[in-house]
Ligand binder design. Structure first.
Ligand SMILES: NC(=O)C1=CN([C@@H]2O[C@H](COP(=O)(O)OP(=O)(O)OC[C@H]3O[C@@H](n4cnc5c(N)ncnc54)[C@H](OP(=O)(O)O)[C@@H]3O)[C@@H](O)[C@H]2O)C=CC1
Ligand SMILES: O=C1O[C@H](COP(=O)(O)O)[C@@H](O)[C@H](O)[C@H]1O
Length: 491
């Protein structure tokens, strides 16, 4: 059982009425309250520009908690206890004078301060400067910022510089919520606690790796944000490259934040550039048209609410990444992510090479490579596909592929698996940075993604269409088939 840190925190939540705060942050705080992890005396200041008082905001947040916390976890008394901690402050973040009210709320500055910027990234610098000018924060303040940091390398550097003028790197907690997912953290345990895998984890034993992060939802009313970003900035620059780093990095010397981040940075630096001459074979981008989702008809991207009909923003990307180092030379990482795909599914498949000399039925040779399937969501777990002899007198030495299976919820009779934001908020309270992204990681990731976006721009080629409810443009299947492989489908 986790215990509360004993440290009283003041959490200033900028953008407290926005989508992220409503859907993710308050429900995560609720779960921390429910688990007894918020120290007595910890307080929350919800900051937004809606005209309302604390009582009205508490009521509004209560309803949001009811909507977004699973019914079986919802306890009205816990919600009320959490909301007792909440005060509301009306503020336009650009109004430097208005920050005086935040200073007053901080009264004796007794509690440790956590600042959470659940706002557009363009606000990070101004909030940081205004907090500093009103002496709301000090060199112990922890500051949480959301992804994506900027729009490209140059804009991310501006934002990071602005934050860096006020805070040291050790105070900055750059969120990538995929790092808070239970199975993603388990990648570290799987790789570095099991020597079985450590000795197999390279180009001698692995033929290729697949990473799929599929969503069945569309853009969920976020046209304004999404159309500027597209799937490459929204998902690949951060979540998918982080997954790739955790699979590909060398063993860190220890579990400290910088040891892990140093190894991730080495991977990002070694990513092979995707130059214009290989773009067609290495990258596919798509945009969904109308189709179905969960059996219901859904509009195409260009017919979403608020859409600009001429948009060439991508909602799907498949690509082949290569890592130019000793461990991974010749091992492609096939990555795909998209919206309005047939199901919500995030998984990593490690395809091992076949045994060097094959002695079984030639017809079954296609079965001859082991696979490790790491399911991030739903149904978190791992499965190792191994070959055994088929049972029965008449089967001879026929092979059969079967799973060594570990479904976390069944094997460990776990209490509920915490949501990523619960874990991440908890780690911020404890001051642990190992699940957060360092500046150089963000910047190397942008460097790699920027060249792909630049190639798209130069070619002027529009994204390929795919119907909602399908696995993306056929070109993404051709991309992997060309290499004699296919996207993994569980039989
Ligand atoms: N939503 C999600 O699922 C995810 C979001 N993120 C990131 O989290 C951050 C927040 O996203 P999200 O919650 O979706 O965005 P929203 O637009 O829903 O929320 C942002 C909030 O900031 C407020 N705001 C913006 N400018 C000001 C200002 N000058 N003064 C006062 N309030 C202001 C907005 O107020 P108003 O409503 O009045 O405009 C809004 O409530 C972004 O950086 C996003 O990229 C990351 C991962 C997932
Ligand atoms: O950061 C984001 O992630 C979500 C997907 O997160 P998941 O935890 O539901 O897999 C994505 O829908 C959103 O567009 C993006 O901004």
């Amino acid at each position: 059982m986790l215990k509360n840190t004993g440290t009283r925190c003041d959490l200033m939540l900028f953008g407290a009425l926005g989508d992220l705060a409503r859907r993710k942050l308050f429900p995560a705080l609720y779960q921390l309250e429910r688990a007894g992890l918020l120290a007595p005396g910890s307080r929350i200041l919800a900051i937004a520009r809606t005209r309302a008082n604390t009582r009205e905001i508490r009521e509004r947040l209560f309803e949001k908690l009811r909507d977004h916390v699973k019914a079986r976890d919802f306890d009205e008394a816990v919600a009320r206890t959490l909301l007792e901690r909440v005060d509301y402050q009306l503020l336009d973040f650009t109004d430097s004078e208005g920050f005086g009210a935040l200073r007053e709320w901080r009264d004796e500055l007794r509690n440790e301060l956590i600042v959470y910027m659940a706002t557009p990234p363009s606000m990070y610098g101004v909030i940081a400067r205004n907090l500093k000018a009103t002496r709301c924060c000090n060199d112990r303040t922890r500051v949480v910022v959301e992804k994506p940091i900027g729009h490209d390398l140059a804009s991310s550097q501006v934002i990071n510089d602005e934050l860096g003028e006020v805070y040291r790197e050790s105070q900055l907690f750059r969120i990538d919520h995929y790092l808070g997912k239970e199975t993603v953290q388990n990648l570290i345990a799987l790789r570095f606690a099991n020597n079985l895998f450590a000795s197999q984890w390279d180009q001698n034993h692995i033929s290729h790796v697949e990473i799929t992060v599929a969503e069945s939802v569309g853009i969920e009313g976020r046209w304004g944000y999404f159309d500027q970003a597209g799937q490459i900035r929204d998902m690949i620059q951060n979540h998918l490259l982080q997954l790739l780093c955790l699979i590909a990095m060398d063993p860190p010397a220890d579990l400290s934040a910088d040891s892990i981040r140093d190894e991730k940075v080495k991977v990002l630096k070694a990513l092979k550039q995707i130059t214009p001459d290989i773009m067609e074979r290495y990258v596919v981008r798509g945009q969904y048209t109308s189709g179905t989702s969960d059996g219901k008809p859904v509009p195409g991207y260009l017919d979403e609410e608020g859409a600009n009909r001429g948009s060439s923003t991508e909602t799907f990307v498949a690509l082949k990444a290569e890592i130019d180092n000793w461990r991974w030379s010749g091992v492609p990482f096939y990555i795909r992510t998209g919206k309005r795909l047939p199901e919500k599914l995030s998984q990593i498949i490690i395809h091992f090479k076949p045994a060097p000399h094959y002695i079984f039925d030639p017809d079954q040779k296609h079965l001859a490579n082991n696979k490790l399937i790491i399911r991030l969501q739903p149904d978190e777990g791992m499965e190792l596909k191994i070959l055994t002899k088929d049972q029965g007198l008449d089967k001879g030495m026929r092979l059969r592929q079967g799973p060594l299976e570990l479904t976390f919820s069944e094997t460990f009779e776990a209490e509920r698996i915490p949501d990523a934001y619960e874990r991440l908020l908890w780690e911020v309270m404890r001051g642990n940075q190992y699940l957060f992204v360092r500046r150089d990681e963000v910047e190397y990731a942008w460097r790699w993604v920027d060249q792909i976006i630049g190639n798209w721009k130069d070619s002027g080629e529009p994204p390929k269409r795919y119907a909602s409810g399908t696995w993306g443009p056929v070109a993404s299947i051709a991309m992997i088939t060309r290499d004699g492989r296919s996207w993994y489908e569980d039989a």
